[in-house]
Ligand binder design. Sequence first.
Ligand SMILES: [Zn+2]
Ligand SMILES: [Zn+2]
Length: 332
Amino acid sequence: MVEETKGSVMLEEGWVQVKVPVPFSLKWVNSYLIPEEDGYTIVDPGLRTDEAIRVWDEVLGELGLRYADLSRILLTHQHPDHYGLAGYMQQRSGAPVYISRRSHAYALRLWSENSTFAEELQRLYAEHGMPSELREAIGANLDTFKAMVSPQPEVAYIEAGESMRLGGRRWQLIDAPGHAKGQLCFYEPERGWMLCGDQVLPRITPNVGVVPGEGGDPLDAFLRSLSELRRYDVTMAFPGHRDPFADFGGRIDELVQHHERRLDRMVELLSEQTLTAFELCETLFGSRLRENPHNLRFAMSETLAHLVYLERRGRIVPAWADGVCRYAASAR
Ligand SMILES: [Zn+2]
Ligand SMILES: [Zn+2]
């Protein structure tokens, strides 16, 4: 059976899962249409591409809806595959856009006209051993996203700790950092439903990466968030990619184990030889990534997040020479 990667799926309570295509290996992002008294809330409308807009036109047509029926746009987080179409949808519907303050700050930092994010990222990767032609390819790839998140929406802020009504029920807003600083998950205790953005995904491990200028320890933030989310009684989770799934707790356990294995593997590799983050990244993810700047960026930032985590726990030590950092496992 070939899996459908675009179009709509009817869920319980009148919810509609809309698979919005994205032009990279994730295949699609999930948007959810949630029926309200005055129309629909739309969660994470997708990335702005011609194909995504075509799918939306089709899906709304099939459901007998117009853009004006979208009464509210809700964003779990700021990544372009979720946030990109928000401004376009707002222009067509007049709907308010809700996002956390932190997520919005990040979106502005990345996608504003005078953003220096691509340069900051290239500088970080240079310090960690990535060759210049690959850094430049990543910078050029990042630039292509600007059109896919335009226009930027006018937003109103929602924050963790608050609650809001969605589909006639009351949902709790939960801070879920690590994959994206500022990301919110939404939990409805009566049915045990969790809208989890990209924090917990079935079949894919959410990317956890170092973001220049943010500091901190993103993998630690991610693992702490997972252990907090593990305490919620969830019967159905609605993720940002792939399909809704029931075993939320089991999936969290798998993700934690995945990162523990990766951390151990990295220490093992660094006890055999001293490596830059880039060399380690290629050892872990393969040199085929050189052909795909988008995936290389994710892999490199993910490698750095694990290195930060290990360094902070004294399991590895950095050594700088000629402006480049190399890591070795700590002597036991
Ligand atoms: Zn994301
Ligand atoms: Zn995503």
